[in-house]
Design a protein around this ligand. Structure first.
Ligand SMILES: [Zn+2]
Ligand SMILES: [Zn+2]
Ligand SMILES: [Zn+2]
Length: 233
């Protein structure tokens, strides 16, 4: 696994032809582009006042610092520094920290990692071989140790399985009992006015009556006595 990682990263690093790593190159490119409209006012050979239209930056190229602090913290030139470096016509690679350079990247993965081989071929020191490894010492936790096993799905806490209240058999409940008489089946809701009258549930609902005419079988929306049907308010 680590061998693969190292191989992949080393190959990628060795293929990189730029002086900086791809991430650093992209960052510098973006900052360079942003700094194009900045005006550089040289103070001396190493100090530059870079005007960005906001807080400006006071860049010192020999100390690699800027008043915006990015230059010294990132170890990569900030926008002000890039403008100053362009102005001074110096290679910007000289102002980038070594950790951003492709050479350090290649170096990081230069080591080879070899497989450990089969355990029978390992050379184990006698001191290690003679060691017997025991489990860690037991330390009692707070509270009485649990003796009851966690119940599985379908097992009831008191040990009894649940039974149907209609037929008394297990495996289902009265909601979906097949042994129940039609009158015992609890009707979830009156599906329609006609079926509700044929199948009466244990607790029969009071039949719905129309609020306008007082008759059953329809509601005030569909009442034939009123001329307006389905108001469009
Ligand atoms: Zn700056
Ligand atoms: Zn049943
Ligand atoms: Zn009516």
């Amino acid at each position: 696994m680590i061998q693969k990682w190292f191989y992949k990263r080393r190959t990628k690093a060795e293929k990189t032809r730029t002086q900086l790593t791809p991430q650093a190159t992209a960052l510098i490119k973006a900052r360079n582009y942003d700094s194009e409209k900045y005006t550089v006012c040289p103070i001396d050979l190493v100090n530059f006042n870079v005007k960005d239209g906001n807080k400006d930056g006071l860049v010192n190229l020999s100390e690699k610092t800027c008043s915006c602090m990015k230059f010294q913290v990132d170890k990569l030139p900030c926008r002000h520094a890039l403008a100053a470096i362009r102005f001074a016509k110096k290679p910007f690679g000289d102002f980038c920290g070594d950790c951003y350079k492709t050479t350090s990247w290649v170096e990081a993965y230069s080591g080879n990692i070899f497989p450990v081989g089969h355990p029978s071929e390992w050379t184990i020191p006698e001191g290690v071989r003679s060691m017997v490894v025991y489990p860690p010492p037991f330390r009692a936790q707070a509270g009485r140790p649990k003796k009851k096993r966690y119940k599985s799905a379908g097992e009831h806490r008191n040990g009894n399985t649940r039974h149907c209240t209609i037929c008394g058999k297990s495996g289902h409940n009265r909601q979906n009992c097949r042994n129940a008489q039609p009158c015992q089946i609890p009707v979830p809701s009156a599906t329609s006015a006609t079926s509700a009258t044929t199948v009466t549930s244990k607790r029969p609902r009071r039949p719905y009556r129309c609020r306008k005419c007082g008759e059953e079988g329809h509601n005030s929306q569909k009442c034939p006595l009123t001329p307006e049907v389905g108001g469009t308010t």
